[in-house]
Design a protein around this ligand. Structure first.
Ligand SMILES: [Zn+2]
Length: 131
């Protein structure tokens, strides 16, 4: 049987991002408690924390936890090779290498944006464009 993608599993993990407050503990049927959970994807275990209501067992994520969950989704995409992949030639100006991003991806970018590069090794990076 094929392994289910993480997002399918994630949908079964029922959590809510609290609309009023972005830092736990949250209030559900009383105060939520911080609990540790883990998730296995392709033999890799991801640990994460949620705020859980001890009565109804509903999970809540604060801003930091939601950000971590997003990172887990990205890792899952990469591990299952489901991330959109495109090849670009590298340009060399005599000193440094650079690459051009396809126009379709940069429509919402502006000159105040900057790139945050997470270096996996000399040949693999995760680039996030931020503003
Ligand atoms: Zn509850």
């Amino acid at each position: 049987m094929a392994k289910k993608p993480l997002q399918e599993k994630m949908q079964k993990i029922n959590f809510e991002i609290d609309k009023k407050a972005f830092d736990g503990p949250f209030t559900c049927h009383g105060k939520t408690k911080l609990i540790s959970k883990e998730l296995a994807v392709n033999g890799n275990t991801f640990q994460y924390e949620v705020w859980q209501c001890s009565k109804c067992k509903k999970d809540y994520l604060d801003t930091k936890q939601a950000k971590k969950m997003e990172t887990i989704w990205i890792a899952e995409k990469l591990l299952n090779e489901r991330a959109l992949t495109m090849s670009r030639s590298l340009n060399f100006d005599g000193k440094m290498f650079f690459l051009r991003f396809p126009k379709e991806l940069t429509k919402t970018w502006n000159q105040d944006n900057y790139a945050e590069i997470k270096v996996v090794d000399n040949h693999r990076f995760i680039v996030e464009v931020k503003n």
